[in-house]
Design a binder for this molecule. Structure first.
Ligand SMILES: [Zn+2]
Length: 387
C-alpha cells in the first residue's frame, strides 16, 4: 500500500523558488515520499491519507540544505569530538547536507588509490545510513597529486558524485586543479573550491585567480572559511563566475554581506547558496542555516522569503538535487516552523527580517515525520499536530 501524507492548515507556504517564493496554498500532499499536489484544501483529494498533519496555521518550507559540511562517519565528528551533530542540525531544519570533503578523517589517505577507496566508502556509508533520516551526500575526495583520469572514472562508476574543496588536498596549483576538475565534470561529478585564506594550520590561500582558473561548479565559502579574500577579489568573483556563490556560517560576515549586495547589483541572487562549513574549528552549528537566513535578511535587507530560497531552492537548482523546492515529483522534505515565542514582528517573515530565528515544530523527509518540536530553536508560538 502506498503512503500518503496530507499536511493541512498551512498558514504560509514557501516554495524555495526565488522568482515566486510564496505559494497561495494551505495544503500539500505527498505520495510515497514525493510531492504530488498542493493548493487549497477544498480543491484537493485529501482522502485516504496514511498520515495527516494539522499545521495549525504555521509556515511550511522545503527542508533546508546545508551546501557545505565536513562529515566523516555516521553521526560523529572527530573534529570537536561530538556525537549527534547531524541530529542536532535536523532540529535546525536541515534535511539535506552536502559534503565538501571528509577532511577530518584521522589518518585520511592522500595517495591516489587510497583517495579513491575512501571516496567510494564514504559515499556508501552515508548512502546506507542516514543519521536521524538526514540525507548526507558524501564521498567528496580531495584533489591529490598523482590522480589520473581513470581514477575519476572509477570513482564515478563507484557512485561518487562530488569533489571536495579544491586546495585542501596536495594539488595546490590552478592548472592541475583545472585539469582534474574537468575529468570530474566529464564523469558527472560536481566540484567546489576553498576560497580565501588558510582555515587551519596546513591549509593554504586560494585567491580569485586560482578560483577562476580552476573553474569549479561552486565557489566554496566565497566569504572565507574563515579568512575572506580582499573585497576587490570577492567582487571580481561575483562578476565573473557563473558558478554558485556559496556563503558559509563559519566565514567572514562582512564578506557575506558584500557578496550578497554585489550579487544583488548583478542580478545574480539566484546563484547565492548557503552552507555552514561545519564541523570545523568553530564547532558545529545546528542552527547555522537559519542564522544565515536571519542575518542576510536583516543586515542585507533581503525579504525573508527570498533569504529562505538561498537555504533551499537555490541550492537545489545549483546542485541539481531532487529536494529543496515545492514541485511535483520533488522529495517531500519539509520544515514546519512558526514565529518564535515573544520574537518581535507581526509575522514569521517580519520577525526573521528583524534578525530573529523562527521556531521549528516539525521536519519531514521523504514524506515521513523525522522530528517534532525542535530542541534547539527558540520555541515556536504554535506547533503542528499529527491528527
Ligand atoms: Zn574551506
Amino acid at each position: 500500500m502506498s503512503e500518503k501524507l496530507v499536511i493541512k492548515n498551512i498558514g504560509l507556504m514557501l516554495s524555495g523558488k526565488i522568482e515566486q517564493p510564496i505559494y497561495d496554498a494551505d495544503t500539500i500532499i505527498a505520495v510515497d515520499g514525493k510531492i504530488t499536489d498542493w493548493g487549497r484544501e477544498k480543491n484537493l483529494d485529501c482522502d485516504s491519507a496514511t498520515t495527516t498533519v494539522d499545521a495549525k496555521g504555521i509556515t511550511l518550507a522545503p527542508g533546508l540544505i546545508d551546501s557545505h559540511v565536513h562529515p566523516v562517519v555516521g553521526d560523529y565528528t572527530p573534529r570537536q569530538q561530538q556525537l549527534h551533530w547531524i541530529d542536532s542540525t535536523l532540529h535546525g531544519g536541515v534535511t539535506t547536507m552536502i559534503s565538501a570533503g571528509e577532511v577530518h578523517m584521522p589518518g585520511r589517505p592522500n595517495d591516489p588509490i587510497g583517495t579513491v577507496a575512501m571516496a567510494i566508502a564514504a559515499q556508501r556509508w552515508y548512502d546506507n545510513f542516514r543519521p536521524s533520516g538526514v540525507k548526507v551526500h558524501a564521498g567528496a575526495p580531495l584533489l591529490q597529486t598523482g590522480l589520473e583520469e581513470h581514477h575519476f572514472k572509477q570513482m564515478a562508476e563507484g557512485g561518487v558524485r562530488l569533489i571536495g574543496e579544491v586546495g585542501l588536498g596536495t594539488v595546490k596549483d590552478g592548472k592541475t586543479a583545472h585539469e582534474m576538475v574537468g575529468w570530474a565534470r566529464k564523469y558527472g561529478m560536481q566540484s567546489t573550491i576553498h576560497t580565501g585564506g588558510p582555515s587551519i594550520p596546513g591549509s593554504g590561500l586560494i585567491d580569485a585567480d586560482m578560483v577562476l582558473e580552476t573553474g569549479t561548479d561552486v565557489v566554496g565559502h566565497i566569504n572565507g572559511g574563515h579568512s575572506a579574500l580582499p573585497d576587490d577579489q570577492i567582487i571580481c568573483l561575483c562578476e565573473n563566475c557563473k558558478a554558485a556563490l556559496e556563503i558559509v556560517h563559519n566565514g567572514n560576515e562582512r564578506a557575506a554581506l558584500l557578496t550578497l549586495n554585489t550579487a544583488r547589483e548583478l542580478d545574480k541572487l539566484d546563484q547565492v547558496i548557503l552552507g555552514t562549513d561545519g564541523p570545523a574549528g568553530s564547532g558545529v552549528q545546528p542552527l547555522g542555516i537559519l542564522r544565515m537566513i536571519a542575518m542576510l535578511s536583516s543586515l542585507g535587507n533581503v525579504p525573508a522569503e527570498i533569504a529562505f530560497c538561498m537555504g533551499n531552492g537555490n541550492t537545489s537548482r545549483q546542485r541539481k538535487l531532487d529536494t529543496g523546492l515545492i514541485e511535483t515529483g520533488m522529495c517531500a522534505d519539509f520544515v514546519l516552523m512558526d514565529q518564535a515565542q515573544h520574537a518581535p514582528g507581526k509575522s514569521i517573515l517580519e520577525s526573521v527580517q528583524l534578525g530573529n530565528l523562527p521556531g521549528i515544530g516539525m521536519t519531514v523527509i521523504d514524506g515521513r515525520i523525522t522530528s517534532q518540536r525542535s530542541r534547539n530553536t527558540p520555541p515556536a508560538t504554535r506547533l503542528p499536530e499529527i491528527v
